[in-house]
Design a protein around this ligand. Structure first.
Ligand SMILES: [Zn+2]
Length: 185
């Protein structure tokens, strides 16, 4: 027996069939970001997930990772990742950079946030990506690990926006360039 989801394909709940509380298939849309079970009245909200990303400056260049896994395998991305339960964004940022590149960032400064769509294993996650400007004193220990296949050092204005994996990263880089060169459009 197979079930069909009641929801549009481009939503975070498009693959949901059963109520997570009572198991019925009587799910309907409650509002833009929630579904409701008409059997037990449970409402499940899909909140934005918080993620962090680092614009790491080393000797005037930006340190970017090459994604080693889907989604967007092979594309450039800022080091970072999802904030875990009971973790600060700053700690998540330092932990993710350590896990992905084996380096320690110092004094992260908040830049801006941008929304993003992150599709993983056929589920759409709506995220709020927090971008921080960070510096590193040295990258002697650097190595690509975890979901990062490689890394690049590029002058910020030389980064090809089309090679960046996600819309939030493209927006963050454009915002960073605008702040760095206020005279330019
Ligand atoms: Zn239910």
């Amino acid at each position: 027996m197979s079930f069909q989801s009641n929801f549009r394909k481009d939503t975070p709940f498009s693959n949901f069939i059963h109520c997570p509380r009572c198991g019925s298939t009587c799910l309907c849309q409650h509002d833009e970001r929630a579904i409701r079970c008409t059997a037990c009245n449970f409402v499940l909200y899909f909140n934005c997930a918080t993620a962090t990303a680092a614009l790491i400056i080393f000797q005037g260049k930006l340190l970017l990772g090459v994604r080693g896994r889907e989604p967007q395998k092979g594309m450039l991305d800022f080091p970072g990742g999802f904030v875990e339960f009971d973790e600060t964004a700053e700690n998540a940022l330092a932990r993710e950079v350590r896990e992905e590149l084996n380096i320690e960032i110092s004094a992260p400064v908040y830049l801006a946030s941008f929304p993003n769509n992150y599709r993983y294993a056929d589920i759409l996650y709506k995220t709020t990506d927090l971008f921080f400007i960070c510096h590193v004193d040295d990258i002697c220990s650097i190595k690509a690990m975890d979901d990062v296949a490689d890394y690049l050092l590029l002058a910020p204005e030389e980064v090809d926006l089309e090679r960046l994996a996600f819309a939030s990263g493209r927006n963050a880089l454009q915002w960073f360039l605008k702040l760095s060169n206020p005279g330019c459009a």
